[in-house]
Design a protein around this ligand. Structure first.
Ligand code: NAP
Length: 294
C-alpha cells in the first residue's frame, strides 16, 4: 500500500486564488485592496526570504504589501513605535512581525502590542485564548496550524471522533493545531519531549500531526495503517548530491511512513506552502473586519 500524497502546493494555490478573487471583489466594492505590513528587524537571511515570499504572494493575489526594515540595533521602543504607527494606519489591514527578533528585543511585548483586528499571524494571547476556549471565536487563527486543518478538510479527512495525536506543544504550531482539532471534534492527545512511550501513543492515532523540529523522528512503524500524517517539520540535512549541500526533510521518515499511512503530506510541498496561503486569507479577513464587510 502507498499513501495518497496530500498536495499542499496545489491546495495552497487554490486558497491563494480564492484570496485573489475576494481581493478583486473588495477592490471593486471599496476601491482599496487588503494590505499586509511586514516588520523585519535585522538581517537574518531566513527571515528576509520569508518576508520577501510573503510580499510576493500578496502582490500575486493583487493585494498590497509593505515591508518595514529596521536594523538589528533597533531598540525596543523603535520596534514598538513602528507597530503603533501600523496599528493606527487605516491603509494597513494586517501586521506581521517576522520572528525571531534579534537578541535583546522582547518579542512577547511586541506581539502583545499588535492591534487585535490586525493580528494576521494570530499570535496575540487574546486570539490564542479565544481559540482554546469553547464557544469562542478568535478574530484570526495562526497560519501554519490553520493550514494543517485546511489540508485535512480539503483532502476529505474526517476529524469528528478521530483519534488525533499532535507531537509538539509550541505556541506557534502544536498548541493551536491541537485546539483546532479539538474544535473539529477530534479526540486529541498532545505529546512533547517528556511523553513516555511516544511510538505507542502515535500508533493509536487516526491523524498524526508532527511538529517537533527533529529530522525524520517519527518512524514508519509508529504509524497506524491507513492513518493520515501531517508533517509540519522543516529540517535541513546534509546531502552531498545537492548543489546546495543540503535538502529539506520533515519530522516524519517519509519513505517509511508513505508505505503505511493512508494519506501523508510531504516535505517540501505539504504544510509549508499553506502558511503563506492562510496569511493571505487572514489579511483579507482583516480588511473585511476593518471595513465592516461580511
Ligand atoms: P519548537 O518550538 O522547537 O517545539 C518543538 C516541540 O517538539 C516542543 O513542544 C518539544 O517538546 C517537542 N519535542 C522536541 N523533541 C521531542 C521529542 N524527542 N519527542 C517528543 N516531542 C519532542 O518547534 P516549532 O516552532 O513548533 O516547529 C516545529 C517544526 O515545524 C520545526 O521543524 C519547524 O521548522 C517547523 N515549522 C514549519 C512551519 C511551516 O511549515 N510553515 C511553521 C512553523 C514551524 P517540549 O515542549 O517538551 O520541549
Amino acid at each position: 500500500m502507498t499513501a495518497n500524497i496530500i498536495d499542499g502546493k496545489a491546495i495552497a494555490e487554490a486558497v491563494r486564488r480564492e484570496a485573489a478573487d475576494e481581493t478583486a471583489r473588495l477592490q471593486a466594492k471599496t476601491g482599496q485592496v487588503p494590505t499586509l505590513a511586514a516588520v523585519l528587524v535585522g538581517e537574518n537571511p531566513a527571515s528576509q526570504t520569508y518576508v520577501s515570499s510573503k510580499g510576493k504572494a500578496c502582490e500575486e493575489a493583487g493585494m498590497g504589501s509593505i515591508t518595514h526594515k529596521l536594523p538589528a540595533t533597533a531598540s525596543q521602543a523603535e520596534v514598538e513605535d513602528l507597530v503603533g504607527t501600523l496599528n493606527a494606519d487605516p491603509a494597513v489591514n494586517g501586521i506581521l512581525v517576522q520572528l525571531p527578533l534579534p537578541k535583546g528585543l522582547n518579542e512577547q511585548a511586541v506581539l502583545d502590542l499588535i492591534s487585535l483586528t490586525k493580528d494576521v499571524d494570530g499570535f496575540h494571547p487574546m486570539n490564542i485564548g479565544q481559540l482554546v476556549m469553547k464557544g469562542r471565536t478568535p478574530l484570526f487563527i495562526p497560519c501554519t496550524p490553520n493550514g494543517c486543518i485546511e489540508l485535512l478538510k480539503r483532502s476529505g479527512i474526517p476529524m469528528a471522533g478521530a483519534d488525533a495525536v499532535v507531537v509538539g506543544r509550541s505556541n506557534i504550531v502544536g498548541i493551536p493545531v491541537a485546539a483546532l482539532l479539538t474544535n473539529s471534534d477530534a479526540t486529541v492527545t498532545i505529546c512533547h519531549s517528556k511523553t513516555r512511550n511516544l511510538p505507542d501513543v502515535v500508533r493509536r492515532a487516526d491523524i498524526v500531526v508532527a511538529a517537533i523540529g527533529r529530522p525524520e523522528y517519527v518512524r514508519g512503524d509508529w504509524i497506524k495503517p491507513g492513518a493520515t500524517v501531517i508533517d509540519v517539520g522543516i529540517n535541513r540535512i546534509e546531502d552531498s548530491t545537492k548543489k546546495s549541500g543540503f535538502r529539506l526533510v520533515g519530522d516524519v521518515a517519509f519513505d517509511e511512513a508513505v508505505k503505511v499511512a493512508g494519506c501523508i503530506s510531504p516535505v517540501p510541498g505539504g504544510v509549508g506552502p499553506m502558511t503563506i496561503a492562510m496569511l493571505l486569507t487572514n489579511t483579507v479577513r482583516g480588511f473585511k473586519m476593518q471595513h465592516g464587510i461580511e
